[in-house]
Write a protein that binds this ligand. Structure first.
Ligand code: B12
Length: 149
């Protein structure tokens, strides 16, 4: 995973947030409110399959095992309004987007930008193999709204 300032962050470190190899201090609580988000159907459409987000569930389970307070929302089934209700009311410390399809990138960028504009201290990151393919490009397009990809 790439950090916005270059260099690579081992994926296992994502679950041990205090160990990020970032050049600035995160100053996060030990137990974080961690929201795992699967984007909606491909390219904002309703025509593709809706698949259980197995990969993100594994990530969420690992974060929960590490002691974090974890919630997961699947936008293939829920709406943006549901996402923003959770973000507004629960105010997560960290939000993780799953990106296994390049076609989900525009939605992730839009959600990250809208979230960061409202909650600049929320730590936003993206994982999954499609994110790994184009990590640097996602960070550049996010204009700072995504912290790590
Ligand atoms: C199985 C599979 C399918 C199954 C899905 C079954 C199901 N119930 O999920 C079926 C056959 C239905 C399918 C359909 C399609 N697929 Co498919 N599929 C796969 C395949 C082979 C495995 C995916 C999988 O389940 N992995 C296992 C889970 C547990 O792992 P994971 O999701 O990758 O998650 C792990 C990591 O990615 C990571 N991770 C995930 N999220 C996050 C988030 C964070 C924050 C972090 C840190 C880490 C992280 O950690 C997880 C745990 O290790 C992949 C190729 C591959 N080898 O991965 C292609 C793949 C994902 N599919 C692909 C495509 C193109 C499609 C279709 C669009 C094909 C089509 N033209 O219709 C459709 C779209 C379906 C849809 N979403 O609408 C492409 C995506 C290409 C791209 N880069 O955009 C892939 C990569 C294959 C390829 N090389 O072309 N697919």
């Amino acid at each position: 995973m790439a950090s916005p300032v270059g260099g690579w962050v081992p994926v296992h470190c994502l679950l041990e947030f205090s160990e990020f190899q970032l050049p600035y201090k995160l100053n996060r609580p030990t137990v974080m409110k961690f929201l795992a988000v699967h984007p909606g159907c491909l390219m904002y459409s309703k025509i593709y399959l809706r698949l259980e987000p197995l990969g993100l569930e594994l990530v969420a389970a690992a974060a929960r095992q590490s002691g974090h307070d974890v919630r997961l929302i699947d936008l293939q089934a829920d709406q943006w309004a549901d996402y923003f209700r959770i973000v507004d009311q629960w105010q997560p410390d960290a939000i993780a987007f799953s990106c296994n399809y390049l076609a989900n990138v525009p939605e992730i960028l839009d959600l990250a930008a809208a979230t960061k504009a409202k909650f600049p201290n929320c730590f936003i990151f993206v994982g999954g193999h499609s994110a790994s393919f184009i990590a640097q490009e996602i960070l550049e397009h996010s204009g700072g709204s995504i912290d790590v990809c």
